[in-house]
Design a protein around this ligand. Structure first.
Ligand code: PA5
Length: 444
């Protein structure tokens, strides 16, 4: 189970102060669960684990079986933001990190597109797709987002040219709104298999819908185990008391924020967690960063980044706190060998697990950073597997909703994301943006 340890914040936040924020978090949880807060038409994610019909899992697995039968080698998952980060986080955490080089895989290899507008990225992806057996999952709730729409236009053409229009329909799945958007119209027109993103689930809260589940299943991972983890966490996170890890986390991060700690570093001591950090950054950044408020979410990977960011964290401006995802057990064993010459002086580590060194690095870093003025929240899970990732996803979503309500913002909108889109459309001379285009070009 997830454990949230707040002892590393004791010298920064008193018990009395924390209790005040725990009360606020309990009120926020009531508001969230009763659906009486801002953005309450986007609460579908809250009960997804317990209310998900098994038929949805079966439907995902049908697509997996169908594409395995076709011996698909590469599935391109096309999406951006909440429409790709959850799947990417899970797949990167669960995959063997060198599987591409070892030529091993549990299913088709998953590659991502539509999460940037780099021409070189797309050209190199097309190089790969030109000689592989390919299928695609295109994901866009709105169905109108530019980056995935551009990528899908190109990949759809490639698949149609390679396999013909009819077979292309067997190799393209769309995940989008039930009724609206260009992707929905296109899917209906072409007859693609579609999965629906319900209206009441926002993009960054959608990892436990087909948006996350289908790519994760296609990569060969156990989505039933993932959902079991989320179900267990849904129950735990409904406890309206200080025992609830989501309440503890949301309360402490707000207490720290009000005490001047404006930047939260999500810390992993395992490179597999890099994209969990990216997913978490979107979840918290887009949910809380509004109305001139919000903790700035950043993510680091230790011990790697201790050799690049460590100096600042130890000694720079004192506006940081750390939230460490602590993994209790390594799923693999590597012992440090004895070397009779011992010229590197490392024989004191002979016979020890590398993970033991990692744990001591973690502990040493925690003590050093706390004494340097950086509070430490520790979130522990047993190991990196589907079950615990499911727990982590739901835990962070629930804590995010609670935390944003304590902060006094609507966690479920993202008005600020529109500004760059309008400018981009104007600069690309999209019809309808003529006035803005003229105004912007004068500024250049
Ligand atoms: O959380 C969000 O709503 C956003 O990050 C979206 O997921 C992202 O902008 C992609 O949107 P769409 O799925 O509509 O293409």
């Amino acid at each position: 189970m997830i454990n949230v340890d707040l002892k590393g914040c004791k010298s920064f936040i008193t018990d009395l102060q924390l209790n005040g924020y725990i009360s606020k978090a309990e009120q926020a949880l009531d508001i969230l669960n009763s659906g009486t807060g801002a953005g309450n038409d986007f609460l579908g994610w809250n009960k997804l684990p317990s209310e998900m019909p098994h038929t949805l899992i079966d439907e995902c697995l049908e697509t997996v079986d169908k594409w395995i039968a076709k011996e698909i080698e590469i599935v391109v998952v096309i999406g951006i933001g909440g429409s790709y980060l959850g799947a990417k986080a899970a797949i990167e955490s669960l995959n063997h990190q060198f599987q591409h080089l070892m030529g091993i895989s549990r299913g088709p290899q998953i590659v991502f597109a539509g999460q940037n507008l780099s021409e070189e990225y797309m050209a190199e992806l097309m190089d790969l797709l030109s000689f592989k057996n390919v299928a695609a999952v295109v994901i866009s709730k709105s169905g109108t987002t530019t980056e995935p729409a551009v990528a899908f236009r190109l990949i759809k053409s490639l698949i149609e040219e390679k396999y013909g229009e009819k077979e292309a329909c067997e190799r393209i799945v769309a995940i989008t709104d039930a009724h609206r958007g260009a992707l929905k119209s296109l899917s209906d027109e072409k007859g693609y298999k579609t999965f629906v993103i319900e209206d009441n689930v926002g993009g960054r809260f959608s990892v436990l819908t087909p948006v996350g589940l289908l790519p994760i299943a296609l990569a060969g991972f156990d989505i039933e185990a993932l959902l079991e983890g989320t179900k267990a966490m849904e129950q735990i996170c409904d406890d309206n008391s200080a025992n609830n890890p989501a309440i503890k986390y949301a309360a402490m991060r707000n207490a720290l924020y009000d005490a001047g700690k404006k930047i939260e570093l999500l810390v992993g001591f395992n490179p597999k967690l890099q994209y969990v950090g990216e997913w978490w950054k979107q979840l918290y950044g887009e949910s809380e960063g509004k109305q001139g408020k919000g903790i700035f979410p950043a993510a680091v990977n230790f011990t790697t980044d201790l050799h690049s960011m460590g100096q600042y964290i130890q000694d720079g401006e004192r506006t940081l706190f750390e939230t460490v995802i602590s993994i209790q057990n390594s799923r693999r064993d590597v012992l440090i060998n004895n070397d009779p010459l011992n010229l590197d002086g490392l024989n004191f580590l002979s016979g020890k697990h590398i993970e033991h060194c990692n744990k001591m690095a973690q502990l040493g870093t925690k003590l050093a950073h706390i004494s340097g003025g950086v509070p430490n929240i520790e979130i522990s899970i047993d190991q990196i597997d589907e079950y615990y990732l499911g727990q982590l996803f739901y835990f962070f979503e629930k804590a995010c909703g609670i935390s944003a309500y304590i902060l006094g913002v609507n966690p479920f909108d993202q008005p600020g994301v529109e500004a760059y889109k309008k400018n981009m459309f104007a600069l690309l001379d999209k019809p309808g943006y003529e006035t803005l285009s003229e105004a912007l070009k004068k500024q250049l």
